[in-house]
Design a protein around this ligand. Structure first.
Ligand SMILES: Cc1ncc(COP(=O)(O)O)c(C=O)c1O
Length: 447
């Protein structure tokens, strides 16, 4: 059984320098802690998780990830990979010590609540989060995943009589049934039709089309939009777009839901994408980075007016594990760590540096391979002329020890969501690896 990505293109099974570049804090040796035989693991996947995931695992060499810290992931066969992927979760890296310590303390004290009495950590996490949202967005409903945050927003909008939803083409908001209804991707929607009724897609960045949609749904719509489309391929709208969207929502009596599950928590170099334009939505969705990279948690944050139905009746929208002390401990620690370490400013400067470096690395291939390199903060996309290049480069990078992601709603865009805790040696490793991987990919694409 092969232990490197299963492609003829892949020739560099071990990442030169990756181990050495692991920061001193990585005291844990990069060795297997999971005794499971890799062949058995693939078999378990085949028998219990699914053939598709098993095939993906095999293509990637059957490696299993077993440990992590900061920007590093260790596999069972002793490799260390620099994680510039993670679908945007790891703004604080993996296992940030402050978040881990807070979660440990919570586990030792009271991990899950009875849900009968008051829960101090939930209240403190809500207060901490609300301290960084646009003024007046004070109410927080914690949930367990991004899709659940979208569900909560769609239901809250309905509680205000906003039953129609306007979403954007290539927008991504999750895959539970309600969320999927506003995730504009036929591949994921078609098998599950019919979805929610009265959902309209408009062009992202096109305020004119939005105006038409809202005019036809006066006082009965909600708009859900990302400040930068992440899964849509790091699609950055023109400056002023969100301001226009907010103005149109006011004009036509629509509720505005800004989905910051990927873009929030400092990812764009501001706490939230809306901060760049000083827009205050009715609801804002957070997730991913809110976990501190440790415990899954997401949230709907709303103005008092928008939140009123949930505020009045705490049983209107519930989930057993929602706002669990353990998740809220992670969220609180994540926010406090970001404050202490100035993560948002770091994301802005580091992001600018990485974007410039990626542009330089891609420059020789601009005409043939690469169409565009774009980004804001630590959300960066490389758009290729051909879809195949994304897979080729992704495998090349993994082979050389760098993890990145594709984009679910834009198949020609490779996505980088590095953590804000990347040190200079790791950055050097990334740029060198990217240059090598691009060179090999370009040769293969030409051949
Ligand atoms: C903008 C956005 N919204 C919602 C989601 C769904 O979040 P989750 O996968 O936690 O359900 C994602 C996930 O990628 C996302 O990027």
């Amino acid at each position: 059984m092969t232990r490197s990505p299963d492609t003829t293109a892949v020739r560099a099974p071990q990442v030169a320098g990756a181990q050495e570049a692991t920061p001193a804090t990585a005291a844990v040796p990069a060795q297997a802690t999971d005794p499971t035989d890799p062949a058995d693991l693939l078999d378990l996947y085949l028998r219990h998780i699914g053939s598709g995931r098993a095939v993906m695992g095999r293509v990637l060499g059957g490696m299993a990830e077993v440990r992590s810290e900061g920007p590093w992931i260790h596999t069972d066969d002793g490799r260390t990979l620099l994680d510039f992927g993670g679908y945007g979760v790891f703004i604080l890296g993996h296992r940030h010590p402050a978040v881990v310590a807070a979660v440990h303390r919570q586990i030792d004290a009271h991990p899950l609540a009875s849900r009968v009495f008051l829960e101090p950590v939930a209240a403190r996490a809500a207060q901490a989060l609300a301290a960084h949202t646009p003024p007046g967005m004070d109410y927080v409903h914690f949930v367990n995943s991004g899709a659940e945050a979208t569900e909560a927003a769609l239901k809250l909008a309905r509680a205000h009589g906003r039953n129609a939803v306007v979403t954007t083409r290539k927008g991504f908001h999750g895959k539970t049934l309600g969320a999927l209804s506003v995730t504009a991707n036929a591949t994921y929607q078609t098998p599950f039709q019919p979805l929610l009724p009265d959902v309209t897609q408009v062009g992202y960045g096109d305020a004119g089309e939005l105006k038409q949609a809202l005019a036809a749904r006066r006082d009965r719509a909600c708009v859900i939009v990302e400040p930068v489309q992440g899964e849509g391929g790091v699609h950055i709208p023109d400056p002023g777009y969100l301001t226009e969207v907010a103005a149109l929502c006011r004009e036509f009596g629509a509720l505005l839901v800004v989905d910051e599950i990927q873009t929030g928590m400092g990812r764009l170099g501001t706490w939230w994408g809306v901060d760049a334009e000083g827009v205050r939505p009715d609801m804002l969705l957070a997730g991913k980075g809110l976990s501190g990279g440790v415990v899954p948690v997401a949230a709907l944050i709303a103005t008092a007016e928008a939140y009123a139905p949930f505020s009045r009746d705490p049983y209107l929208h519930t989930s057993t594990f929602g706002a669990s002390p353990i998740a809220c401990a992670a969220a609180l620690a994540a926010v406090e760590t970001m404050e202490r370490e100035d993560t948002v400013a770091r994301a802005a400067t580091l992001g600018a540096r990485i974007l410039a470096g990626v542009r330089d690395a891609c420059a020789p291939y601009r005409e043939i391979l690469v169409r565009d390199v774009r980004g804001r903060g630590l959300l960066i996309g490389i758009e290729f002329a051909e879809e195949r290049a994304v897979g080729e480069l992704l495998l090349e990078l993994i082979t050389r020890g760098v993890l990145v992601n594709h984009s679910l709603n834009s198949t020609r865009v490779l996505r980088l969501t590095p953590p804000a805790v990347v040190a200079d040696d790791a950055l050097d490793l990334f740029f060198t690896t990217l240059a090598e991987a691009l060179r090999t990919t370009a040769v293969r694409m030409a051949g």
